[in-house]
Design a protein around this ligand. Structure first.
Ligand SMILES: [Zn+2]
Length: 398
């Protein structure tokens, strides 16, 4: 029997508005708090949680950036001759993404999404390592570096396994008392919400399923650990998309050439622009200023959000739509989806949530990067308490 198991369960997109009126995890994690999210997508939120730092510090923000000098995708350019009916298909893109990921030795999540092959050699992909592994950040350490440095044995979910397989792997390690820390990652709610929206009757059954799994893990863990410090938390919420914006065709109607005058990445809620000469900025900025569904985010605001990069690596101009608007078609998808995240962190449905069985969570845990401090603190605590005095005495020098 061990003393303490810190159990961190990360449920993607289980936002504050998703659980606010739902009794989710009330029985096992009754203390709840709304957490501020990080501006960006999971590509920004997950690394921020795992490192305790903001995008400007760890440099994991958006997946694709304009960087032709470092583009690994030059070999894909011939695919621009394939008909759009093939290259625009999600199944084809997913299949190809798998090959590209292996070929380029990318260790994190990788998807070609809907980047046109004609322009793909203009772009680099910024998450070549997995943030769920030690050394996985673009800059600085993450919680797994912290754990390895201190030789704290831990469990972390493998993104390539199903949620059930990851849960079973955790149960196995718990029953053998092999770990002093656990980080569980369940992504399915995010996919469901994107598909059906945040008010669908399909959402509560998924929350009930997660509750059952959490109960099962707690039951098993109680047989092997005297205290379980449970934290169930998320990275962002989910907003229904009720308005579509074809931003790309508005920009492409301007007398400017992609790759010569400017480059752009159209995410689902953001558009990021790079200007390759002086004459491109003004007409693009004027066009964007005339679009009522969004606005250009000023530098002062980017700075306060932790996403003002001095080298403008992720874009020289950032345009963000208001909550509920979806940029479509975008480089993320050809077709609309029911719901999306990646709006302004102050928008209602952006907020994340923390549910815990710990009554005394410090006041200054208020945004998702702060979860890191809870993880580091509890991992240290478990290391101290799980090192039994008898074992310490036995290994002490005579
Ligand atoms: Zn998502």
């Amino acid at each position: 029997m061990k003393a303490v198991l810190p159990l961190f369960i990360f449920i993607d997109a289980c936002g504050w508005e998703i659980i606010r009126r739902d009794p989710f995890a009330r029985g096992c994690a009754p203390f709840r708090r709304r957490l501020k999210s990080v501006f960006g997508y999971s590509s920004a939120c997950v690394p921020s949680i795992l490192s305790g730092r903001w995008p400007v510090e760890h440099r994991n923000w958006c997946y694709f950036v304009y960087d032709p000098g470092h583009s690994p995708f030059k070999s894909l350019r011939p695919l621009r001759w394939l008909p759009n009916t093939v290259t625009g298909r999600r199944t084809f893109r997913r299949w190809l993404s798998k090959f590209v990921k292996v070929g380029l030795n990318f260790r994190g999540y990788f998807d070609l999404y809907n980047i046109p092959f004609q322009h793909i050699s203009l772009f680099d992909f910024t998450e070549k390592k997995s943030p769920l592994r030690p050394g996985g950040m673009n800059r600085g350490p993450n919680i797994f570096d912290f754990l390895e440095e201190r030789q704290i044995p831990y469990h972390v979910s493998s993104p390539e396994l199903t949620e059930e397989a990851n849960r079973d792997a955790l149960l196995d390690e718990v029953s053998r008392e092999r770990i002093d820390f656990a980080f569980v990652y369940w992504p399915a709610l995010d996919g469901l919400l994107h598909r059906v929206g945040n008010d669908s009757p399909e959402v509560p059954p998924q929350l009930r399923r997660y509750e059952q799994w959490i109960q099962g893990i707690l039951q098993a863990a109680r047989r092997h650990y005297a205290e379980i410090r449970l934290y169930v938390f998320s990275d962002h919420g989910m907003a229904n998309c009720d308005e579509l914006l074809d931003l790309r065709s508005k920009i492409e109607a301007l007398p400017l050439r992609i790759g010569k005058d400017y480059a752009a990445v159209y995410d689902s809620t953001l558009a990021r622009f790079w200007f390759l000469n002086e004459r491109a900025r003004e007409p693009i900025a004027r066009c964007l200023a005339g679009i009522p569904q969004g606005r250009i985010i000023p530098d002062s605001e980017l700075s306060s959000l932790g996403t003002l990069f001095p080298d403008r690596y992720f874009g020289q101009l950032i345009f963000l739509v208001r909550e509920g608007v979806l940029i479509v078609p975008s480089h993320m998808g050809e077709r609309p989806i029911r719901a999306m995240h990646g709006y302004h962190p102050a928008d209602k449905h952006s907020y994340a949530a923390l549910c815990t069985n710990q009554p005394l969570v410090p006041e200054d845990i208020e945004a998702i990067p702060d979860v890191y401090r809870l993880m580091a603190r509890d991992a240290e605590l478990a290391r101290r308490k799980n090192t039994a005095p008898s074992r310490m005495a036995a290994s002490a020098p005579a």
